[in-house]
Write a new protein. Structure first.
Length: 391
């Protein structure tokens, strides 16, 4: 009697689980079986999109032109000796943030196999894909031609199966960033001490044919100092990229990023993502290229060095200083720059990923689009430090 009752209870529980049936029954595999994940060749995102930000969903999560949430790369978690997957078209790596955190969507597969009591196996989708924290510091004193910027960004990426396919989920990333500003001083230009980003990012990478896939993203939210808010405080950013697999080791990317800035609205994007061997990843993609090489394995930790470029900055609505040329007027500003970076990143089998980088920041400007007081304000070059963790 007790055995019958237990079997009936197990059947009811099994019936309530959301499942994606497969045709492969297994006789006696251990309870959860984890599939092989791609060899480190940066994942979403993601952004550091990530990823319109950041690159480096980059997840979504950083300040990169529409960088989707950066879901980080991972080792294969399958049994030792299982070959890594190759030829999967991925978008550019997360890095910096024009979209506040957007190198294209790099999704690190968040699925796992579950064995039912009858021996059949179903593929399930993890809801929480990643939590990321990143700090970026641009050096600057309170001088007329200098601007110091201290940014702290936090985001969480969730995966939702779409069209009953857990391998290409809809990635949803809410995020928030604090930006503390120092400078510039003097009568010609002024900024508030703080501005904020509050956004919701979505990304999807459907596979259309055996060789062709898409990399799609949309981000909206509020970018403001929160002392002034109107329709211009709401921004709408997006990414539309086509990905064609030229070979198992090379993908061709092409499309556009919509940045919704005052100076630059639309930016062409594209290039080649090449994986010549397991030691190298080359994202030769405009506007956020990245080249990285694995140089050390220590236990279960892989260490990589990389060089990258990014179009950084963002746009916010602010209230100008009463003592400045705009006399307390409301304004809509851009901060734009270009960054050349060198960094170190590490990855573990437990999905923990981190990076530290040093960058040279140049071609810096502030654009005052409403008051035009002044229309554009040029700034001195500076040095950037960035530290981030994803898990």
């Amino acid at each position: 009697m007790i055995g019958c009752w237990c079997a009936l209870a197990a059947t009811k529980i099994h019936a309530q689980r959301v499942q994606f049936p497969t045709a492969s029954p297994f006789a006696a595999a251990p309870p959860p079986i984890y599939p092989t994940t791609p060899q480190p060749s940066l994942a979403p995102a993601l952004q550091g999109f990530d990823p319109y930000a950041t690159p480096g969903l980059a997840a979504p999560p950083v300040d990169v032109p529409y960088t989707a949430p950066a879901l980080t790369p991972n080792f294969a978690t399958a049994p030792t000796g299982a070959p890594p997957m190759t030829g999967i078209p991925y978008a550019a790596p997360p890095q910096g943030n024009v979209m506040q955190n957007m190198p294209s969507v790099q999704w690190n597969r968040g699925t796992y196999d579950y064995q039912n009591p009858d021996g059949s196996v179903v593929k399930l989708q993890r809801l929480l894909q990643q939590i990321s924290v990143e700090s970026t510091y641009l050096f600057g004193n309170h001088n007329p031609d200098e601007l110091g910027w201290n940014r702290l960004e936090m985001a969480a990426t969730f995966g939702v199966p779409i069209f009953r396919n857990p391998d290409t989920p809809l990635l949803i990333t809410p995020g928030f960033a604090f930006n503390w500003i120092e400078g510039p001083s003097g009568p010609n230009a002024d900024l508030p001490p703080r501005v904020y980003d509050a956004y919701l990012d979505t990304a999807w990478s459907p596979k259309i044919t055996e060789r062709f896939s898409a990399d799609l993203g949309f981000r909206t939210g509020v970018w403001s100092d929160f002392s002034y808010f109107d329709s211009r405080s709401m921004r709408y950013m997006g990414r539309g990229m086509g990905v064609y697999q030229l070979s198992p080791k090379m993908d061709l990317h092409g499309g556009v990023w919509y940045l919704d800035r005052n100076k630059i609205k639309l930016l062409p994007a594209g290039g080649v993502y090449w994986r010549p061997n397991p030691e190298w990843d080359l994202w030769l993609l405009f506007p956020n290229p990245k080249i990285r090489k694995r140089f050390q394995n220590l236990g279960q930790i892989q260490w990589w060095w990389y060089v990258s470029g990014e179009y950084g900055g963002g746009a916010w609505t602010i209230t100008r200083s009463e003592d400045g040329p705009a006399a307390g007027a409301e304004d809509d500003i851009d901060y734009n720059d270009i960054r050349a970076n060198f960094g170190i990143e590490w990855e573990t089998q437990t999905r923990l990923h981190g990076h530290f980088e040093v960058g040279y920041v140049f071609d810096r400007e502030i654009v005052y689009s409403q008051t035009n007081l002044p229309p554009e304000y040029k700034l001195d070059d500076t040095v950037m430090l960035r530290l981030g963790f994803d898990f």
